[in-house]
Ligand binder design. Structure first.
Ligand SMILES: [Fe+2]
Ligand SMILES: [Fe+2]
Length: 273
């Protein structure tokens, strides 16, 4: 099974690059399942239902989020009815929406997607390790799901790497999101779980984590907030992770970075050729 995970869409530039390019990627490389983190898709803050529909319409099978999930207030409503939309699992009980989804891939496989958020340098939340364990116990790899993907939306590299090791052999992929910068450590862990500390963003990298650099610079230099942060919008890089998953074991056989367009060096996975 060929899976593609794309990092946080940032603003119009990032989301349009993905919406325009994704149908071709799915067709050209025969991708079975695509997950996109959409937490910054609407002007850098949250996602609207209209944008969600466009991203799903372009071929995303699941859209994950993170700390910005409810920046657009309408997400509090559509989170309940949009089954491909996930918010972090370990939010307080009673939060609208769901943190996991069981989906059918284009090859017929069932894929459990789990979206959870870290707690280091982030808002206090329930224990993500225990919350993910509970989900996997209810829907174990092979017995109930052909593949399991965890989007761990977290700031600290240590927390993301610890989760990767904790889940190694029990899920197909643990991938970090939130920092908007791709790390160079993607690999298959000893137990067969594909892992990357952070997948990076789909957005304009000539920026400060996707935002136009003027305002962040002003705040760092003078400590005086001026205007709102706005997404940089010259040229987006699509940043993601390609994962090959064994149909029998549900574990990863290969993993490679994807970088398309914009200012980062291009990377088309050799495993797709
Ligand atoms: Fe983000
Ligand atoms: Fe985030």
């Amino acid at each position: 099974m060929r899976l593609l995970f794309l990092g946080d869409l940032v603003g119009r530039c990032g989301r349009n690059a993905v919406i325009e390019r994704l149908p071709g990627l799915i067709a050209d490389y025969r991708l079975d399942f695509v997950i996109v983190n959409g937490e910054n898709a609407a002007g850098g803050f949250g996602i609207t239902e209209e944008i969600l529909r466009a991203v799903v319409g372009s071929g995303a099978d699941a859209v994950t989020t993170g700390n910005h999930v409810f920046d657009q207030r309408e997400a509090l409503v559509f989170a309940e009815r949009q089954e491909r939309f996930l918010r972090p699992l370990n939010f307080p009980a009673g939060t609208p929406g769901r943190g996991t989804g069981l989906f059918t891939a284009r090859n017929g496989a069932s894929i459990l997607v789990i979206n959870a958020m870290g707690r280091i340098f982030m808002d206090p939340l329930d224990d993500p390790f225990a919350a993910i364990d509970r989900e996997i116990e209810q829907c174990p790899l092979r017995a109930a799901a052909d593949a399991i993907v965890v989007d761990f939306h977290a700031e600290a590299s240590s927390e993301k790497q610890a989760l990767g090791h904790h889940l190694d052999g029990r899920v197909s992929l643990v991938v970090g999101t939130h920092t908007h910068v791709p790390t160079a450590d993607c690999r298959v862990l000893p137990g067969g779980t594909a892992f990357q500390t952070d997948v990076g963003m789909c957005g304009d990298y000539q920026s400060v984590i996707g935002m136009d650099k003027e305002e962040p610079l002003r705040r760092f230099l003078h400590k005086i907030p001026g205007e709102r942060f706005t997404p940089a919008k010259v040229s987006a890089t699509i940043a993601g992770l390609a994962v090959d998953i064994d149909d029998g074991t549900g574990l990863a056989t290969a993993v490679a970075p994807v970088r398309l367009g914009g200012v980062l060096s291009e990377a088309v996975p050799a495993i797709w050729s």
